[in-house]
Design a protein around this ligand. Sequence first.
Ligand SMILES: Nc1nc2c(ncn2[C@@H]2O[C@H](COP(=O)(O)OP(=O)(O)OP(=O)(O)O)[C@@H](O)[C@H]2O)c(=O)[nH]1
Length: 557
Amino acid sequence: HSLDLTSHDAGLIGKYVSFFQEDAETPLNLEQAIARFNEGQYIKSRSSSLSLGIGVRPVWIKLSVDNKTNINTLYRLAIETPWLDYIDSYHVYSDELVRQVTGGDGMAFEYRPMPYRYFAYETTFPKGEMDIYIRVETAGPMAIPLYLSSSQAAISRDIRQGYEYGVLYGIMLALGLYNLILFFLIRQPEFGLYSGYLFGFVANSLSYTGQIHAVFTPDFGPYFQDWMDISLMVTYSVLGLHFARTLLRTRHYAPGLDKFTFWVATLIPCGMALGALLSNLYISMILAFILNTSFVFLFMVLGYRAYQEKVNLALFFFISSVTAAACICISTAAVAGLLPLNDITFKLIEVGMAFEAIVLAVLLGDRFRSTQRKHERAERFARTDELTQVLNRRGFRLLADAVWRELSVRDNAAVVLLDIDKFKAINDTYGHGEGDRVIHEVASRLRSVARDGDIFARWGGEEFIVLLINTDIEQARFQAERLRKSIETAQFEIMQSKVPITVSVGVAGSNKGLFEGLPLSQQPLEKIISKADKALYEAKNSGRNQVSFYIHHASAS
Ligand SMILES: Nc1nc2c(ncn2[C@@H]2O[C@H](COP(=O)(O)OP(=O)(O)OP(=O)(O)O)[C@@H](O)[C@H]2O)c(=O)[nH]1
């Protein structure tokens, strides 16, 4: 059953190992383990990667490597699950212990005799048969994907793994960063929660695959690492749940489910914090796994409920959560020994999550667009007069103030205020409804006469305003007269009888860029409006249906 090196370059070698699990509390030493193998008390592995489940007794593995050549090739022996706590590997050649390597997650990175994030070391095999005994002890899942690869193949594998993780993390980090920026710009919580969820997931993945610890916290030791692993796992689960609740607006149609999700995402972390206070890693770890499982499950339930409620694109949310859950289940089952553990099944969690992240980004994009539309609609609504559908006073102010700020020293402008004459009588005679119709009709006519660049609005009641840009007082006179005439000459029919309608008009404006002797651009628009109002009052007093101008006393003639 030994592994013939001439026919092996790289890959999983689970099929060549035999193993047994310790049954006494005290660990066996190498001699005792060899004795058990010699007594035939072992099991031959049938799968390419050994997986024995979670929280099982320490396991001893025996592997015989046969080098039929005289060449001493360099190989790398690796167990690629980074969470295994204690690993001891013994090389026995011609009944003599020739090498011992100790490692595992229970040792701070700094003290491990290998530069890898998991248990791995380089070795050569002299001619003949070398027996390798490996003892593995861990509190977590006893998944032992044992690889033996030629040095060349191992390096290629490292590079490929680097790219694969780079792509998966790159997708998630880019989406996370982009949505974080969006969050700061538009302040909608789902964008922040989404990016927190993705960053949390990447950090969690970097942590449990040993990458964070290898690079950033090599001397922090296993206790710190364990706490960090479960804290990050909980962080992304909690952020993920709050993200789903917020994105799908669950509160509005499924308050019970929403509350349940909220409390799951709140109470379990509190329980874990209590576990941390009591320094009880075991309780906290169990709670973390419960929360993580609930997270996967609740994500699907929330998606399905939203789909039932016909929330926009909820079907995509549901499908992506089911896909991610399936990937997580396959990876977990592989690690727990229920499915073959290999490169694909091990990384399927990250693949599923990257897929989900992309779908969720599309959903957020859609949310962004619909929010934008709602804002635009609300803004248009707030600027428009309901009765006449022309700008209201607020809309006028927004536009006119913007134009006013842009006036340069020589620019001219004029304000024209128009008020329907004796309008009260129309209301009193024909009723308020007919009065409304008249206001609507007058607005339409005035708007059609106003020029494209003018800002026309309903100023209030039966009063209208026009801001004429790049127009001096002379041109304004002409334009005001046109407006007045357009109403005077129009045929207004109220309850089948023709009713003459007229407007009085007040105008104030600049000449050669000056108003009251000062550049118009240095005067507030408010002032010009009040002067036009004054002129309107004059027009009313002088008999109505006429245009009146504000004339500055200093230059009055
Ligand atoms: N139907 C209708 N009437 C309105 C509306 N807004 C204001 N009014 C009425 O318009 C009338 C304005 O009357 P007054 O300000 O006294 O002036 P007037 O009758 O037009 O007379 P002069 O302006 O002096 O020519 C009031 O009776 C208001 O109730 C509206 O939106 N719809």
